[in-house]
Design a protein around this ligand. Structure first.
Ligand SMILES: CC(C)(COP(=O)(O)OP(=O)(O)OC[C@H]1O[C@@H](n2cnc3c(N)ncnc32)[C@H](O)[C@@H]1OP(=O)(O)O)[C@@H](O)C(=O)NCCC(=O)NCCS
Length: 166
């Protein structure tokens, strides 16, 4: 597994990766269930398209696709969160076709190593919706610990986690 750049060859494949197994599409005809259709905001993560645009307009974010055995399986965005002044693994997603095979766990470990190498940081934060049981299970398995006090606005109900690397 490796982190790869987003390029003119792969950008379209990257933005079509999604965590939406099915999504209800409402339009000019009756709502219908679409399979594997990305949406701007997915259940527990922004679309890769949104993250790529965010990395253009906000300083500090690194974007990479996650490749395994020559296939794109996911996406990540990480770096310095200017607003909260901390290093953050801001986005991590594994396309729904590839979830629950151990890839997310392996990918997060790889991103933490990359952040340590790139920034020399020891403390890394991650946040998610408290209902994201699978995500929280993976974070805690890797050694992330819930933060008591939120770094975010009061109206933001994300749960923050921190890991301190060796
Ligand atoms: C979170 C995410 C990256 C994990 O990727 P993944 O490849 O499925 O992860 P893994 O296969 O390594 O591990 C999944 C773990 O969650 C567990 N799990 C899956 N569904 C679960 C559920 N509903 N409740 C509890 N645990 C669950 C699996 O059993 C597995 O645990 P185990 O390794 O101890 O058996 C992926 O689910 C994802 O992209 N989710 C949507 C985006 C997201 O939530 N990103 C994080 C916030 S930005």
């Amino acid at each position: 597994m490796k982190l790869v750049d987003i390029t003119k060859e792969n950008w379209l494949d990257v933005i079509f990766m999604t965590t939406n197994e099915t999504v209800t599409v409402k339009g000019s005809r009756e709502p219908y269930e679409a399979k594997g259709m990305p949406t701007l905001l997915e259940d527990f993560v922004a679309s890769n398209a949104l993250s790529i645009v965010q990395s253009v307009y906000e300083d500090g974010w690194v974007i990479k696709a996650i490749e395994h055995e020559d296939k794109l399986i996911g996406f990540t965005m990480f770096g310095w969160n200017e607003e909260d002044e901390l290093y953050e693994l801001c986005r991590i997603m594994i396309d729904f076709h590839y979830q629950n095979k151990g890839y997310g766990t392996q990918a997060i470990k790889m991103v933490l190593d990359e952040m340590k190498k790139r920034f020399g940081c020891r403390e890394i934060y991650i946040s998610t919706d408290p209902e994201n049981v699978a995500g929280i299970h993976v974070y805690e398995k890797l050694g992330f610990v819930p933060e008591e006090s939120s770094n975010q606005d009061e109206d933001d109900d994300e749960q923050w986690f921190k890991i301190v690397l060796d």
